[in-house]
Design a protein around this ligand. Structure first.
Ligand code: AMP
Length: 385
C-alpha cells in the first residue's frame, strides 16, 4: 500500500545514488528549492558530485558508505537504474527511498519488464525469453525478423542484435556470450515516443506531454515536443504511462519509451528515473522532471507538468569535439548567440565519441520554429546525424 509522506522542509538533506548528468540536474533543481544534496558515487568528481553539496565516493554496494548516507539524509533517490536493488532495500529500511527496489528490479531486467507489461494488460509487442538454445529453436516464427537484446545492462542500443532468421539469432546469441536475453519481433514503427510520468507517495499521478524521439546510431539524437501524433494517440500513450506507474506502485519520476504502430502504441522499455528525452522540461514546462523528482522525494505536492512552449532537444555527444571546425573547440559562442537555444554541459572532463556531454534545448512559439532552431544548433555543432 502507498503511504503518503510528511513534507521535508527546505534545508533537509536529500540523497542521490549515482553521479551522472541526471544526478547533476536533480541537484540543481533540489538546491533551487532550498534542499541540500548528498551524492553517493564511485567518482568524487563526476557530473553530479560537482553540483552536489557533498559526495561520498564509494561503490554502490559499500555497506559503510550506505550506512553513512542513511545517517545524513532524510530521503534518497536514484539517477540510474543499475544501482543494486539490495542497496535500495537496505536504505528503505530506514528512509523514504524513491523509487523502491521492487520497481527498479523490474526495470533492470528486460525479461521481468516485458513480462510485467504483458501480465498487467499493457500493450507490448510479441517477445520470448531466451535462456537456453532451445528457447530460440522453439521461438514462434512471428518473432523473425527480430531484435535479440541482453536481459540486463544494455543501454543506447548496446547488447542488441537485429536477427532476420532463427539461425542468425542462434549465432547472435553466441556472440552475446549466451547470457539471458529477450527476443522481440521487429516493430515496423512509424515513430518512437516517450512519456514521462510522476507518481507521489499519496498515489497522485501526473504526466508530461508526449515526446517524439529520433535516434542516431542507437543513441537519442533529437526529442521533439509535442510529438507529431494525433491527440487521441497522445492521450492513449499518457493513459498507458499512468496505468504503468500505478501498476508498479511507483513513487518517483519514470520514463516510458514506446513505439507508434498504426493507431496503437507498444511499450518498449522503462527507465525508473528522469530521462534524456525529458530534459526539455527544464525550460519548456512549468515543472521540470528534476524538480518533480525533488518534490516527490521531499513529499511536497506534484508540480504542474504543462508545456509552456514547443521544444526540440538536441543531444551533444563527444563527437562534436572531434568534428569541430577548430579541433576540440565546438562553436559554443555561436550557439549561445541563438535566441531560444539553451546549452547544458555536464562537466565531463574528457569528450569521447558517443559519450553524452550535454544537450541544447531549443524553445520557440511554434514547433516549426523550434525545429528550425534545432537544425541550426545541429549545424553550428556540426552534428550530421
Ligand atoms: P532499446 O535499447 O530497447 O531502447 O532499443 C534501442 C533502439 O533500437 C530503439 O530506440 C529502437 O530504435 C530500436 N529497437 C529496439 N527494439 C526494437 C524492436 N522490437 N523493433 C524495432 N526497433 C527496435
Amino acid at each position: 500500500m502507498t503511504v503518503s509522506q510528511a513534507a521535508l522542509p527546505p534545508g533537509s538533506w536529500l540523497g542521490c545514488l549515482g553521479g551522472g548528468q541526471l544526478g547533476r540536474m536533480f541537484a540543481h533543481a533540489a538546491q533551487a528549492m532550498g534542499y541540500h544534496v548528498l551524492v553517493l558515487d564511485p567518482d568524487a568528481n563526476g557530473p553530479a558530485a560537482q553540483a552536489a553539496d557533498d559526495v561520498i565516493a564509494a561503490p554502490y554496494d559499500d555497506h559503510a558508505a550506505i550506512a553513512a548516507l542513511a545517517a545524513r539524509v532524510a530521503a534518497v533517490t536514484t539517477e540510474f537504474e543499475n544501482v543494486p536493488a539490495a542497496t535500495l532495500d537496505a536504505l528503505a529500511a530506514t528512509l523514504p527511498t524513491r523509487p523502491a527496489a521492487t520497481a527498479v528490479r523490474i526495470a533492470q531486467d528486460r525479461r521481468r519488464e516485458k513480462t510485467f507489461f504483458r501480465d498487467h494488460g499493457l500493450p507490448v509487442g510479441a517477445f520470448a525469453v531466451v535462456e537456453r538454445a532451445e528457447d530460440l529453436r522453439d521461438a514462434p516464427a512471428a518473432l523473425f525478423p527480430g531484435v535479440l537484446k541482453t536481459a540486463t545492462l544494455g543501454y543506447d542500443g548496446k547488447g542488441q542484435a537485429r536477427v532476420s532468421t532463427r539461425e542468425a539469432a542462434l549465432l547472435a546469441w553466441m556472440s552475446l556470450k549466451q547470457v539471458p536475453c529477450v527476443l522481440e519481433a521487429l516493430v515496423p514503427f512509424r515513430a518512437e515516443i516517450s512519456v514521462l510520468a510522476a507518481r507521489a507517495s499519496d498515489g497522485r499521478t501526473a504526466v508530461w506531454p508526449v515526446q517524439e524521439n529520433q535516434h542516431a546510431g542507437g543513441i537519442l539524437d533529437l526529442t521533439i515536443v509535442p510529438a507529431r501524433i494525433d491527440a487521441a494517440l497522445a492521450a492513449r500513450a499518457q493513459q498507458v504511462a499512468t496505468a504503468l506507474v500505478t501498476a508498479l506502485d511507483y513513487v518517483g519520476v519514470l520514463c516510458v519509451e514506446m513505439f507508434v504502430l498504426g493507431d496503437e502504441v507498444l511499450l518498449n522499455e522503462i527507465a525508473p528515473r528522469p530521462h534524456n528525452s525529458g530534459h526539455y522540461t527544464i525550460e519548456a514546462c512549468v515543472t521540470s522532471q528534476f524538480e518533480q523528482q525533488a518534490r516527490i522525494l521531499a513529499g511536497v505536492p506534484l508540480g504542474d507538468t504543462r508545456l509552456l512552449e514547443p521544444a526540440v532537444m538536441v543531444n551533444v555527444l563527444g563527437d562534436v569535439w572531434f568534428d569541430a571546425a577548430t579541433p576540440m573547440q565546438p562553436a559554443w559562442a555561436e550557439l549561445q548567440a541563438l535566441s531560444g537555444a539553451h546549452l547544458h554541459l555536464y562537466g565531463k572532463a574528457e569528450p569521447r565519441r558517443a559519450r553524452k556531454m550535454g544537450h541544447v534545448t531549443c524553445t520557440a512559439p511554434t514547433l516549426d520554429a523550434a525545429l528550425a532552431l534545432g537544425q541550426r544548433a545541429k549545424a553550428i555543432l556540426r552534428i550530421t546525424a
